[in-house]
Write a protein that binds this ligand. Structure first.
Ligand code: LMR
Length: 393
């Protein structure tokens, strides 16, 4: 039976990790998978997380099961950052569970939406490739619309048109901030229009917040989400701590649900924990416990925020240098990159140009032309701009 299975293509983004690792060229540049790097190209563990891990090692007195909803102290400690400090659970209408990374949260959100009657998911394209994969894997229909416009801003008209034509049984999957792969976020006015379109269509918003703090700041990056939540009766929020706590391989995430009335929460949460139990039983504990310890300790919280601020400033500097490279690279509009957010940007490169960058210049990026801005450093960015100019010529 098993021998009838057809081989599946390897995940193109993850395959880049190995290709880059195996390249012997010393000046190779890795702009592939989305991990933050320092100006020396390293992805160190946050100092605040290291301190929390030391505490965990000393203080943790049991590894007994916590349950399918994971570390609820972690889930609660994040809420003021995600939903605002003044009323983090919006009058008892928001609750959540811990998940294995943001992917676990997205999967759980979509499975729950399907069980609640959603049949199709509106998705701006391009998006993180795994979004469409999860939607398809769950047997839901994907309806795409163009996310970006040629001037480097978000295409609100395309979203509104897709919403108007979608009909019932629809969810809208949004990137809360630092859009992956374009770096193009909605403006506050656009968020208000999206919120209005959600209210009039009755579509269920599912907001994927995977990069909070890597755009403009923790509070600023949650502003669009707040606009939506202020308007709609219910929503699902998938959260990842992979990037903003640097916990990638520890798989730390959460799924939050906002309901119309607090009395609806227990039934919805019972469905969420049933899905979790049937999927992974319980999420891994270590990373979430470390995040909780950071957020419970004001000194560690400050340390974490300072580390995040330094990351943001470095990425901003790289974006500004790229934007300034606009006149060095023929025919490629790099100026909007300075206004965009987060780890990623899309360059208008053909697959052949991406291949030339890899073969001739040892520059690794996704075949779509997406770059991880954090892979650029003060040591390699001039060489990268020169390589772009060479393949664009
Ligand atoms: C990325 O898009 O590079 C990251 O979100 C990593 C991943 O899991 O794909």
């Amino acid at each position: 039976m098993l021998s009838q299975l057809e081989a599946q293509p390897a995940d193109a983004l993850l395959a880049l990790i190995k290709l880059h690792r195996d390249d012997p060229r010393e000046d190779k540049i890795d702009l592939g998978v989305g991990v933050y790097r320092t100006d020396d190209g390293a992805t160190p563990v946050f100092g605040a997380i290291k301190a929390a891990e030391r505490r965990l090692l000393e203080q943790q007195d049991s590894k007994a099961y916590l349950g399918p909803d994971g570390d609820l102290g972690f889930v609660a400690a994040l809420m003021p950052y995600v939903f605002g400090a003044s009323d983090p659970d919006r009058g008892g209408r928001i609750a959540g569970v811990q998940t294995p990374g943001g992917t676990g949260a997205v999967r759980l959100a979509l499975a729950l939406a399907k069980k609640a009657g959603v049949r199709r998911v509106l998705l701006g394209k391009p998006s993180w490739p795994n979004h469409a994969q999860i939607i398809a894997d769950l047997g839901l229909e994907t309806v795409t619309f163009d996310h970006a416009q040629a001037d480097g801003t978000a295409n609100l008209a395309a979203l509104e048109q897709a919403m108007a034509g979608a009909g019932g049984e629809t969810a809208l999957l949004l990137h809360g901030c630092c859009h992956n792969p374009t770096g193009i976020d909605y403006s506050p006015d656009q968020w208000r229009s999206i919120a209005a379109a959600l209210v009039s269509s009755g579509a269920l918003p599912i907001v994927d917040v995977a990069y909070q703090g890597l755009g403009e700041g923790m509070a600023e990056d949650a502003a669009g989400l707040a606009i939506v939540l202020d308007a709609v009766p219910e929503a699902l929020v998938a959260y990842s701590c992979d990037k903003n706590f640097g916990l990638y391989r520890d798989r730390v995430g959460a799924l939050y649900v906002m309901t119309q009335a607090a009395s609806n929460l227990p039934a919805i949460l019972s469905n969420i924990v049933a899905f979790a139990r049937a999927s992974w039983s319980m999420p891994p504990d270590h990373g979430a416990a470390a995040v909780r310890l950071v957020l419970e300790d004001p000194a560690l919280t400050r340390q974490w925020q300072n580390e995040l601020t330094a990351m943001r400033a470095r990425m901003r500097a790289m974006r500004e240098r790229l934007a300034a490279g606009d006149n060095e690279v023929a025919g490629m509009n790099l100026a909007p990159l300075a206004r965009q957010h987060g780890l990623f940007a899309m360059l208008p490169l053909s697959p052949a140009q991406v291949e030339r960058l890899r073969a001739d210049h040892a520059v690794y990026m996704a075949g779509s032309g997406r770059i991880n801005v954090a892979g650029l450093t003060s040591h390699n960015i001039d060489r990268f701009i020169a390589a772009l100019a060479a393949v664009a010529a």
